[in-house]
Design a protein. Structure first.
Ligand code: FAD
Length: 477
């Protein structure tokens, strides 16, 4: 069966939904949204775990409190989304270095004492090795010198593409490796300054709402799609429709889905991630031009994995500056970055550990039981052999998800304006959107949101010009 509409939007993540909303507001409502999965939200996704709602994808609203207002923060405020202020700059001072732990008999003894007190329910503080006293001073010094060293190396090489072939002196000690990991893989300090923080402010808020981050998307969708009791009933949104081919001619685009359906439209807005564009999920007829495929290939894809672990009780410290802690290991990125969820959901007894890139891919390929074993070994190195086993584990697999193929785009340091322009530029009647097309905010929810608006405005402009041309040729005839 064939039906024709003005615009087909491929993908119902934040960029697809914001693109559709703009079109609806401008009176273009014969739109169809084809989404491969069985839900809207894409990389914004909650799941019930350990009695609460956890965010498998985007978790923070980044960039708040600055001179301009972050539009996603505005949406969150309007819908009363529950959030908690997050400050992970403290993380670097909460470092567990197992070698150090075992060398330090005093800390060990203190740890056992604290552990016993905690198990007896005596005090809130637990865990034995957040360094204190003299140990804390030497830690701070070690951490600060590692940061200075890494920053100095970056400054020496900063922005100088020609010199990138010179090897950077590599971080060596477990602390240096851990700091290098959080500065680069976690805080995403790859290109300074980061527009998100410059434009919208330095603060970050963790979403801690049972309705999930994705409720913002539902709220947006409700403004232009038919809904009832929070369910989207509008037939213009089609779920479980995996687009496999886009064939364009001078007059329109024919879209073929995996289940053999064919749809026709004057235009397509394609919001699939950069990882999906790099894969062979969608084929283009005629093939995309070289400048386009080259730009797509040049963009890096980050894999970022939050692993959730549920425990029968807490054995970690919970003070305001202890939300994040770091495990220093001789392998870079090996279960380095930890967060407890007590600020978000008090009493939930959940820990989250973040892995990236190679470590994410390694863990995605193994069983959750193997991952649980590794994580428990790391926790026992930090907190001692007595801690309880996790009772549940949740391991998202963003890289192996064929509708994602990674977590978010990361422009390489040598990326230039032309590359970003080419990633975003339309090819005939196919317009591109998604976080990867946002020059200033790629990799973020607000990047996706603003990209959707941008792409729809560009498309509306194109539609207006096409209409003008038609009118002119009619007048001429
Ligand atoms: P998507 O959400 O990927 O939407 C694209 C949609 O297209 C998907 O629903 C997909 O199923 C669909 N699709 C793909 N292929 C096809 C096809 N062939 N046919 C039909 N449909 C298709 N951002 C922040 O701001 N703060 C954070 O804390 C944060 N943390 C993150 C943590 C993780 C683990 C991840 C994965 C991302 C994180 N992000 C964060 C990034 C943020 O989630 C993304 O930038 C944003 O959600 C991307 O939205 P999008 O619309 O561009 O893409």
């Amino acid at each position: 069966s064939r039906s024709r509409c003005s615009v087909i939007i491929v993908g119902a993540g934040v960029s697809g939904i914001s693109a559709a909303k703009v079109l609806a507001e401008k009176g273009v409502d014969d739109v169809m949204i084809l989404e491969a999965s069985d839900r809207i939200g894409g990389r914004i996704r909650k799941e019930g775990f350990g009695g609460v709602s956890v965010e498998l994808g985007a978790g923070w609203i980044a960039g708040v409190g600055g001179k301009e207002s972050n539009p996603v923060w505005e949406l969150a405020r309007q819908s009363g989304l529950r959030t908690c202020f997050s400050d992970y700059s403290n993380a670097r001072y909460n470092i567990y270095d197992p070698r150090f732990v075992y060398m330090s008999a005093c800390l060990w003894a203190l740890g056992v004492l604290c552990y016993l007190l905690t198990r007896c329910g005596g005090i809130g503080f637990s865990g034995k090795i957040f360094p204190s006293g003299e140990a804390a001073d030497s830690y701070r010094k070690a951490v600060e010198s590692a940061i200075r060293k890494l920053r100095a190396e970056e400054d020496n090489h900063g922005g100088d593409v020609a010199r990138l072939s010179e090897p950077l002196s590599v971080p060596k000690t477990p602390i240096e490796l851990a700091i290098d990991f959080i500065l680069h893989d976690f805080e995403m300090a790859e290109v300074e300054p980061i527009s998100t923080y410059v434009d919208f402010g330095e603060r970050e808020f963790l979403v801690a709402d049972e309705r999930g981050y994705e409720s913002l998307l539902h709220k947006m969708a409700e403004t232009f799609l038919l809904t009832s009791d929070g369910e989207i009933l509008d037939s213009r949104l089609k779920l479980n429709k995996v687009v496999r081919e886009l064939q364009q001619s001078r007059n329109g685009v024919t879209v073929t889905t995996e289940d053999g359906c064919i749809y026709e439209a004057n235009y397509v807005i394609l919001s699939a991630s950069i990882g999906v564009l790099q894969s062979d999920l969608i084929s283009f007829r005629p093939p995309l031009p070289r400048w386009k495929t080259e730009a797509i290939e040049t963009c890096d894809v980050m894999v970022y994995t939050k692993i959730f672990l549920k425990f029968p009780y807490k054995f970690w410290a919970c003070g305001p500056d202890k939300e994040f802690f770091i495990y220093a290991h001789e392998r870079r990125g090996y279960y380095t970055f930890w967060q407890h969820m007590e600020n978000a959901y008090p009493g939930s007894n959940i820990l989250v550990v973040t892995l990236t890139n190679g470590e994410s891919k390694r863990v995605e390929a193994q069983s959750d039981q193997e991952t649980l074993k590794e994580a428990m070994e790391v926790l026992r190195n930090m907190f001692g052999p007595e801690i309880p086993n996790a009772t549940d584990i949740l391991v998202p697999r963003w890289f192996n998800n064929r509708f994602q193929r990674g977590s978010y785009s990361n422009y390489p340091i040598y990326a230039n304006h032309q590359m970003v322009h080419d990633i975003k530029a339309p090819v005939g009647r196919i317009f591109f959107t998604g976080e990867h097309t946002s020059e200033r905010f790629n990799g973020y929810v607000h990047g996706g949101y603003l990209a959707g608006i941008d792409t729809s405005n560009a498309l509306l402009e194109d539609m207006r010009r096409e209409k003008e041309r038609k009118l002119e040729s009619q007048t001429f005839l």
